[in-house]
Design a protein around this ligand. Structure first.
Ligand code: FES
Length: 326
């Protein structure tokens, strides 16, 4: 039976982009399913650019973020691919076991925290399902005639989606399957610092941490990462601090065991959230005064130093009070 949106999730969707219907579903690798989604009436969808993601709101209200990987010039459908995570929080399991063609889901976005900037050349590094935001980047670089290479890592070829499409690019794509070639040593692929491309990487934390170390020799601005999960910052000890709402002057105390978003609800300020982990960017809020304790996976070191914004679903404060642009 087709899943339909519950009243609760429909309410939640009011703050999102509406409803999508699953128009096609296919397996693209072991434990990876691809979904094509469209408006129920076939209306136009929002524009997006490589690196963008959407929120998918499941019938029970569970919200997850997935990169858009289809044709960005197709204004009437979105394509996402979802890895089945049996030990995950349940979203991917629901999609794999229950969602079929004709079912509806809510959506939010698109948002883009991983934009493809103009550069003389690119090195894309994908680990497993991390290929999803990079597929449109590959197509765009190809379209514009920009030099690019892709390093695509995984446990086995059977688990790597879109190898068929990527085969057309020949030697520009390097596939490293651990069951054939052993564990990858990321530094073996570090670009020449004398003529570095801009690196875009998405995949497991361990791989991203290794790629992040390239920032020292290549330059921080040349290494861009898209993380699926919050960084270890989220585990730092929490302290009590105050948040002031600039528009009303209301002040609320944020206890150690709650987020800024939770505390703000006590003074009737509702910040829209999605991932609640500092990875999607939905809750971005301007900082007018005070020193944030950034715990998200979105801001670069330079942006953290500037502290013009923070992600109140997860970030906290170093100073006794933050004044937020709310
Ligand atoms: S809700 Fe995703 S970053 Fe805050």
């Amino acid at each position: 039976m087709a899943d339909t949106l519950t009243a609760a999730s429909a309410r939640r969707n009011a703050a999102h982009g509406g409803t999508l219907v699953v128009t096609a579903r296919r397996d693209v690798a072991q434990d990876v399913v691809e979904l094509t989604l469209a408006r129920p009436g076939g209306e136009r969808l929002p524009d997006w650019a490589p690196g963008a993601h959407i929120d998918i709101v499941l019938p029970d209200g569970t919200t997850r973020q997935y990169s858009l990987l289809g044709d960005r010039w197709d204004a009437h459908s979105f394509t996402i691919a979802v890895l089945r995570e049996r030990e995950g929080r349940g979203g991917s399991e629901h999609i794999h076991t229950r969602l079929t063609a004709g079912d509806t889901v809510g959506f939010g976005g698109p948002r883009n925290n991983f934009r493809l900037s103009p550069a003389p050349g690119y090195l894309f590094v994908a680990g497993g399902i991390g290929i999803t935001p990079l597929m449109p980047m590959v197509r765009q670089a190809e379209l514009l005639g920009d030099p690019w290479r892709l390093l695509y890592l995984g446990r086995s070829r059977a688990r790597l989606a879109y190898l068929d499409e990527l085969a057309q690019y020949g030697e520009r794509v390097t596939v490293h399957a651990a069951d054939e070639s052993g564990r990858a040593v990321i530094d073996d692929w570090m670009p020449d610092p004398a003529v570095p491309p801009v690196v875009y990487a998405c995949g497991p934390e361990r791989m991203l941490d290794a790629v992040d170390l390239w920032a020292a020799p290549l330059g921080r601005h040349r290494v861009r990462l898209e993380r699926f999960t919050a960084r270890g910052d989220a585990d730092r000890p929490a302290t009590v601090f105050e948040v002031e709402v600039a528009s009303s002057g209301a002040v609320v105390t944020v206890q150690k065991d709650e987020s800024i978003v939770d505390a703000l609800r006590r003074v009737d300020v509702d910040v829209i959230t999605s991932c609640a982990q500092g990875v999607c960017g939905t809750c971005e809020t301007g900082v007018l005064r005070g020193v944030p304790d950034h715990r998200d996976a979105l801001l670069s070191e330079a942006e953290r130093a500037e502290s013009r914004c923070l992600y109140p679903c997860i970030s906290r404060a170093v100073s006794d009070r933050l004044v937020l642009d709310l």
